[in-house]
Design a protein around this ligand. Structure first.
Ligand SMILES: *Cc1c(COP(=O)(O)O)cnc(C)c1O
Length: 392
């Protein structure tokens, strides 16, 4: 049997290792020049004006919500088909969280469901302050439509682009913030590029940028322009608000800059493997990922959806058989509103039926830069066996 194949993993090159060692030998291992270089490089890559490196996308989403002035009494809406962090950021700010059901084809939040929910919320005086669209699996949400709705209803947009560095929407990279206030990339090792832990927040707005910079470091400023009184001397700083230590180290930023140079290589390989899956799985009793024509995915995930009425095994049996064959399949995502913590807040099974029926059928199969074609063939062959009626 094959060695264990995870669903995703990082690829670290000799150049990456040397970039990290260079920082370790330099005078700055945190808050030094490697951070600025990484921020500039990501901003340029995406065509956004400002980039702020932070310790994780969870921290980035929290700061983005604070910068957009989310607070008690406000509402944040997101997709139920996401990692819990996309919703938790609202709760950190003392806001209420609600969800918009997903589109059955893209598995991103549904524009039709969003329109309906906004119209209802307007009647009740219950509109959200922030919407967090999640670019699921690396495929952008329909940002032009979401942007239009944000103009009409006056909410802010924080893109959870954790899966989507290297993806495109229309003729621009995801992260350009063309239709949004802020966007957040994650650099956790399973994502497209990695810094170990880490993230970048992007924005085109100077005011949001200044706020993010402060909130990342305890709410402190050393810039006399923002101080409430004359500086006491060269040592002086002021804490203007309650911030955090959400900084990235220079060690991590150097790894990020080095990884960023291979972004297109990574995404091209993922796209090649995704297209190969698409061919190989053509006649299987499952639904392959559907791509909206306005998007080019970064292919963070390759999700198959089982056609359960055509097979004689349950979703769980298929999942377990693949794991037993050393294939590290996973499930993205357990609908957030079904988590016990969210059920305690009053959410119930049945509230977001598209996300729930997706959950009963979805399996993420391995996809990452270093996955070989032989491994991919093994995954496809095993899947064929598991899904066939012969197998027991
Ligand atoms: C990974 C992920 C996060 C959290 O990222 P961290 O950098 O691990 O904090 C948030 N949202 C989504 C959709 C993710 O996949």
């Amino acid at each position: 049997m094959n060695a264990y194949i995870p669903y995703g993993k990082q690829d670290i090159s000799q150049e990456d290792i040397e970039a990290v060692i260079d920082v370790l030998r330099s005078p700055w291992i945190t808050q030094g020049p490697a951070i600025d270089r990484f921020e500039r490089a990501v901003a340029d890559e995406c065509g956004a004006r400002y980039a702020i490196a932070v310790s994780s996308a969870t921290a980035g989403l929290h700061l983005a919500c604070l910068a957009a002035e989310l607070g008690p009494g406000d509402k944040l809406w997101t997709s139920p088909n996401t990692f819990v962090a996309s919703a938790n950021c609202g709760l950190y700010c003392g806001a209420k969280v609600d969800f918009v059901d997903i589109d059955p084809k893209t598995y991103n939040l549904s524009i039709a469901a969003l329109e309906r929910k906004l119209a209802e919320a307007e009647k009740r005086g219950n509109l959200p302050k922030i919407l967090v669209p999640v670019h699921f699996a690396g495929q952008s949400c329909e940002m032009a439509a979401i942007g239009e709705l944000s103009q009409r209803y006056g909410f802010r947009i924080v893109e959870d682009a954790s899966h989507a560095i290297g993806a495109r929407y229309g003729d621009r990279p995801v992260g350009s913030c063309q239709y949004s206030d802020l966007a957040v990339f994650s650099f956790h090792p399973v994502k497209i590029i990695t810094t170990g832990e880490g993230a970048i927040v992007l924005t085109n707005r100077e005011d949001l940028y200044q706020k993010l910079i402060r909130l990342r470091t305890h709410g402190i400023t050393r810039n006399a322009d923002f101080m409430t009184e004359e500086s006491h001397g060269p040592w002086y700083y002021q804490q203007l608000e309650l911030g955090f230590n959400y900084r990235l180290t220079d060690i991590q930023a150097a790894l990020g800059s080095s990884q960023l140079q291979r972004l297109q290589t990574f995404v091209n390989r993922r796209r090649f493997l995704a297209e190969r899956y698409h061919q190989l799985l053509a006649n299987f009793p499952l639904t392959r990922p559907w791509q909206h024509p306005d998007t080019q995915s970064s292919w963070h995930l390759y999700v198959i959806r089982l056609n359960l009425e055509q097979i004689e095994r349950t979703h769980r049996q298929v999942f377990e058989a693949l794991r037993a064959a050393n294939i590290g399949v996973n499930l993205h995502y357990i609908p957030v509103h079904t988590q016990p913590y969210y059920q305690q807040l009053g959410f119930k099974w049945g509230q977001f039926p598209e996300a729930e029926s997706y959950y009963r059928e979805a399996i993420s199969i391995p996809l990452y830069y270093g996955l070989t074609e032989a491994e991919q063939d093994y995954i496809v062959e095993t899947l064929a066996e598991v899904l066939s009626n012969r197998a027991s």
